[in-house]
Design a binder for this molecule. Structure first.
Ligand code: MN3
Length: 199
């Protein structure tokens, strides 16, 4: 069965004014959709066509001959995870188990924010910043281009897309403002708590 573009978990204008409907229209409708189309073309009539995205990413990670498959499969997975990492009226300090775990592993929410902002700001060029569970401990990481924690044995808890297409229409070159607004207004802590509980 072919891979399909999953619907956004909210209306296209639900994240305004931080992320505009215009940005989501291009980012979900064009960029994410193109990764799905490319992945279907690259895996058609191969033994990967019936695998899950996670299985494909693991199977081809590090295989230079299959870099195109890796990039498109990981980008399909990363974007779906990113949409769910955000929610209307999200952001601010977390509650629940993730709040306690952040305090235990980072020292405080403010320390987590500092590390997350640093990772997302200093990811050179295109990529992602992540909150992951690694060997039972929460960590902030960053990955370049399509790379994903699921290729490195880590469990993703939250992500922010820092490719320019994620923020350029709304923030132009001001990536740090996009990152700060993501943390203040959009982070879906309910999703983070669900990911932590499932880990
Ligand atoms: Mn993107």
């Amino acid at each position: 069965m072919a891979f399909e573009l999953p619907a956004l978990p909210y209306a296209q204008d639900a994240l305004e004014p931080t992320i505009s409907a215009n940005t989501l229209s291009f980012h979900h409708g064009k960029h994410h959709n193109t990764y799905v189309t490319n992945l279907n073309n690259l895996t058609k009539d191969t033994d990967l066509a019936d695998k899950s995205l996670e299985e494909i990413v693991s199977a081809v990670a590090g295989d230079a001959a299959k870099a195109g498959i890796f990039n498109n499969a990981a980008q399909v997975w990363n974007h779906t995870f990113y949409w769910h990492s955000m929610a209307p009226n999200g952001g601010g300090a977390p509650t629940g188990a993730i709040a306690d775990k952040i305090n235990a592993d980072f020292g405080s929410y403010d320390k987590f924010v500092e590390e997350f902002k640093a990772a997302a700001t200093t990811q050179f060029g295109s990529g992602w910043a992540w909150l992951v569970l690694d060997g039972g401990t929460l960590k902030v990481t960053k990955t370049g281009n399509a790379d994903s924690p699921i290729a490195h044995g880590q469990t993703p808890i939250l992500t922010i897309d820092v490719w320019e297409h994620a923020y350029y229409l709304d923030f132009q070159n001001r990536r740090p403002d996009y990152i700060a607004a993501f943390l203040d207004n959009l982070v879906n802590w309910e999703f983070a708590n669900a990911n932590l509980a499932a880990a």
